[in-house]
Design a protein around this ligand. Structure first.
Ligand SMILES: Cc1cc2nc3c(=O)[nH]c(=O)nc-3n(C[C@H](O)[C@H](O)[C@H](O)COP(=O)(O)O)c2cc1C
Length: 411
């Protein structure tokens, strides 16, 4: 894959050499195009060394233009990725102007364009930037991230560039399946994130699920051509482009939203960490601090996964088992008890599973299992969707399987 990597003038440009390395490890040729501001943050010497190609930056460089013109570069690209993407370059692309080499290529290319924004949280939430993001997404430009967390300016919030391995994996997902998808014409319903079970108007019971795994699975399914509906608990993950997201809070709301959309679904993937119990009654006013101790009466939440798996007809149903011990035993028990087609077992707690960008999982089914090494959640999601498609067609019959070539980035 030929990638034009545009680097613009944000602090996160220091991550660009790592991003180049990660994309080259996956077999991509990377041609870097820097803006003048980017050169203030990272040297072209370092980038030339990691990309193995001369850096392009000046639209008016006669020698470089003679060797490969900006139009040839735009044609050469299978993908144009701008990372980091400043607020300024987003505005330039929206305007359709082409004052520099990078924006000229963006205007002249027929390849997909992806931007990984990186900026101060106030710049990102500014209505001007958000309006630009919306226009870019409407035009089919992929927005990767940004993430939430501590920023170089000392603030905390949304605007951090995602980690290079996550961007690299996302980019390969975008280009790997689109248009010749394993799940073309299929509807996939996915739940993601935690639920919140209200105790009183200000307090709730929740868990440490970040939603990253479910969101990555939703993107991977969409990249394989599926119509995806994502039923999401409260998370801090950017909504994937082109995917219908239904936001809910409690397990009961997630149950209702899932059953509203499951009717014509081919595949159901329950990646959400749904509360098992909720307070028996919602106290209407804030509970005051009176006694030395107090207890909460809890009742069972509805079991969304089992309820879908027992529908008649039921979609091909995949559950997750997040466990802290006896992971595979518990997962196999859950597979049988809940009548699932597949279950993905993963260990959580102690620096694994929840609220991380990577995950280690084993997929189990009636007569077999497959273990995966530690992978970024984006990579693991792609693997799991390929496995899900393989098993789905095995159960539903191969005559329903689209004729396709699987492009694998694994080798
Ligand atoms: C120290 C410093 C850090 C900056 N960091 C960012 C940033 O992270 N994101 C951003 O959108 N702009 C940032 N800017 C502003 C951009 O560099 C500025 O808008 C510039 O015109 C962008 O040009 P370009 O998009 O052509 O690279 C920063 C400016 C300075 C001086």
């Amino acid at each position: 894959m030929n990638i034009v990597l545009g680097i613009t003038g944000g602090i996160a440009a220091y991550k660009a050499p790592d991003l180049v390395r990660r994309m080259r490890e996956r077999g991509a040729e990377v041609q870097i195009v820097m803006t003048a501001s980017a050169e203030e943050f990272v040297t072209s010497t370092a980038l030339q060394a990691v990309s193995g190609r001369p850096i392009r930056s000046n639209l008016w460089d006669k020698e470089a233009e003679a060797a490969m013109s900006h139009i040839e570069l735009a044609r050469w690209a299978d993908l144009v990725l701008v990372a980091p993407a400043t607020a300024e370059v987003m505005a330039r692309i929206v305007s359709g102007g082409a004052p520099d080499l990078l924006t000229t290529i963006c205007l002249a290319t027929e390849a997909p364009i992806a931007l990984a924004p990186a900026m101060n949280r106030v710049m990102w939430s500014n209505p001007a930037t958000q309006a630009n993001r919306e226009v870019l997404e409407e035009r089919g430009i992929h927005i990767i991230g940004p993430g939430v967390g501590s920023q170089a300016c000392g603030e905390t919030g949304s605007g951090r560039m995602l980690d290079p391995d996550v961007i690299a994996a996302t980019v390969f997902n975008l280009t790997g399946g689109k248009g010749e998808g394993l799940l073309e014409g299929r509807k996939v319903v996915i739940t993601a994130g935690p639920t919140r079970e209200a105790i009183d108007p200000v307090r709730y019971i929740t868990n440490r699920s970040s939603g990253k795994m479910g969101y990555a699975i939703a993107s991977a399914a969409a990249a394989q051509g599926a119509e995806v509906v994502l039923v999401s608990g409260p998370v801090n993950v950017a909504e994937p482009p082109g995917i219908a997201v239904i936001n809910v809070e409690s397990a009961q709301q997630m149950y209702a939203a899932t059953h509203d959309v499951i009717g014509d679904a081919d595949i159901f993937i329950a990646a959400a960490a749904v509360a098992d119990y909720r307070p028996a009654k919602l106290v209407e006013q804030k509970i005051k601090k009176n006694d030395e101790s107090m207890s909460l009466d809890l009742v069972r939440c509805p079991d969304i996964l089992a309820s879908v798996a027992h529908l008649d007809p039921a979609p091909f149903t995949i559950g997750f088992a997040a466990e802290t011990e006896n992971v595979l035993d518990y997962a196999r028990g859950k597979l049988q008890r809940k009548n699932l087609d597949l279950i993905i077992a993963n260990r959580v707690g102690d620096n694994c599973g929840f609220d991380r960008d990577d995950n280690t999982a084993t997929a189990l089914w009636k007569n077999g299992e497959r273990s995966y090494p530690t992978l970024s959640k984006v990579d693991l999601a792609r693997e799991l969707i390929e496995l899900a498609a393989e098993h789905f067609y095995a159960v539903r019959g191969s005559d329903t399987q689209p004729k396709l070539t699987i492009i694998s980035n694994k080798d």
